[in-house]
Design a protein around this ligand. Structure first.
Ligand SMILES: Cc1cc2nc3c(=O)[nH]c(=O)nc-3n(C[C@H](O)[C@H](O)[C@H](O)COP(=O)(O)OP(=O)(O)OC[C@H]3O[C@@H](n4cnc5c(N)ncnc54)[C@H](O)[C@@H]3O)c2cc1C
Length: 379
């Protein structure tokens, strides 16, 4: 097969970029495996976090993340309608942050009706107890959560509908040739003029350069909880158990085994970054015992009346950059990258994919966010 652009990595950013490229009439192949059915034995590569839920919200930590989210969310309904795959559940979001008033202001620019709230309102309307003096914000629909597996499925479907090729396999090797690249794996080989690397935590392992990213091991805890429809998505700084500096949760969603679970995660204050060569071993664990204890304590403290059932845990990885923004740009001759979501890119993946796709157009950059914000840094 001979194509113009090979997109390596079929996570949320890669699948979005492939859709935008295919719908712009480019000849593309989107290459990446489905999520593993048995992570404990799978040899990789893994996505950042194999799970059914991610928070979505317009209000972001800064102007860049707010714009990326707002532009992506505005396209959710079109993606769902045309692909026939539902992935967005608009049940609101709460943020407990020192600068919550600034979040409200930033979100309002993009049409959000986010507002500041009081602890009593929060407890009465959602059952969440946050009364440690942190300013609180509530963002109504379209904030809520998305199903990342369904979003990737939707983007993949639209890529195929627009004439793109999809190879649900791993790329094992990339070889530079006089005219482009030979991209190969157990499935065979294709030739591509250019490459978009959207490989998440696995970064530029297939190439001879190293991106400036930090791979942060993270753990999530899922607790069975009947869904009363009142619990929104949540992110909170300085939660009661201080071994994590920040926590988030996704409201109860149904998992493939039929259980309905709330999922909580956070940022452990003390952790050691991991090398890409150790990622697979990390994904074969159940996560970090200290983080698990802290997450459970925080979940019980913030939802004091919730009858939590069986608990399970899982490891995952956040790919961070010094700037706190993803790397999107050209990293080598003929090789662009779009990765390092800094724990925030699921909701914003469609706009990140669109910006990455534009790199392959004549204009080269198509965003009012300055290109330097996303410039890939090599080490
Ligand atoms: C625990 C956790 C919770 C999160 N919660 C949220 C949230 O609530 N809201 C939010 O917006 N964001 C959230 N995020 C962040 C979000 O999930 C990531 O930013 C997003 O997944 C990044 O997308 P990506 O496409 O860059 O990478 P990934 O989703 O990691 O996808 C990369 C893909 O590349 C593939 N790949 C790698 N190497 C190869 C290869 N050689 N050949 C083929 N394929 C390859 C992998 O298999 C994978 O499918 C969370 C992240 C974590 C870890």
């Amino acid at each position: 097969m001979n194509i113009d652009i090979a997109i390596i990595g079929r996570g949320m950013i890669g699948a979005a970029a492939a859709r935008h490229l295919a719908e712009a009439g480019r000849s593309v192949a989107l290459i990446g495996p489905d999520e593993p059915s048995d992570p404990q034995t799978y040899q990789g590569p893994f996505a950042s976090h194999h799970d059914e839920g991610r928070i979505t919200r317009i209000a972001g930590r800064d102007e860049v993340w707010t714009e990326l989210a707002a532009r992506s969310i505005a396209r959710y309904s079109d993606i769902a309608a045309r692909s026939g795959v539902e992935f967005h559940f608009a049940r609101g979001m709460v943020a407990a942050y020192p600068d919550a008033p600034d979040w409200v202001t930033r979100a309002a620019i993009w049409g959000s009706e986010a507002k500041l709230i009081e602890p009593d309102w929060l407890r009465a309307n959602t059952g969440i107890a946050i009364d440690y003096g942190m300013p609180l914000m509530y963002e109504p629909a379209p904030a809520g959560h998305i199903d990342p597996l369904a979003l990737v499925a939707a983007q993949t479907t639209l890529t195929e509908m627009a004439g793109g090729s999809v190879i649900r396999e791993v790329v094992d090797s990339v070889r530079r040739t006089a005219t482009g690249f030979d991209v190969g794996g157990a499935w065979g080989t294709l030739t591509a003029s250019r490459i978009l690397l959207a490989t998440g935590a696995f970064g530029a392992d297939l190439f001879g350069f190293e991106l400036d990213v930090e791979r942060r091991p993270r753990t999530i805890l899922r607790a069975q909880l009947a869904d009363d429809g009142r619990i929104p998505s949540l992110i909170a700084m300085d939660p009661p158990d201080g071994r994590v500096e920040e926590i988030y949760w996704v409201p109860p969603v149904r998992y493939p085994d039929g259980s309905v679970c709330i999922k909580i995660g956070g940022n452990l204050k003390e952790f050691t970054p991991i090398a890409s060569s150790d990622l697979t071993d990390w994904f074969h664990t159940d996560g970090d015992p200290v983080e698990i204890e802290s997450l459970e304590a925080n979940l019980r403290a913030l939802l004091p009346d919730a009858p939590l059932g069986a608990i399970n845990t899982a490891p995952c990885v956040i790919t961070g950059t010094p700037s706190g923004h993803p790397h999107v740009g050209w990293a080598d001759d003929g090789v662009a990258v779009a990765l390092a979501g800094n724990g925030s890119a699921a909701k914003s993946s469609d706009e990140l994919g669109r910006i990455a796709a534009a790199l392959f157009s004549e204009a080269g950059w198509d965003s009012d966010i300055d290109q330097s914000v996303f410039a890939p840094q090599l080490t």
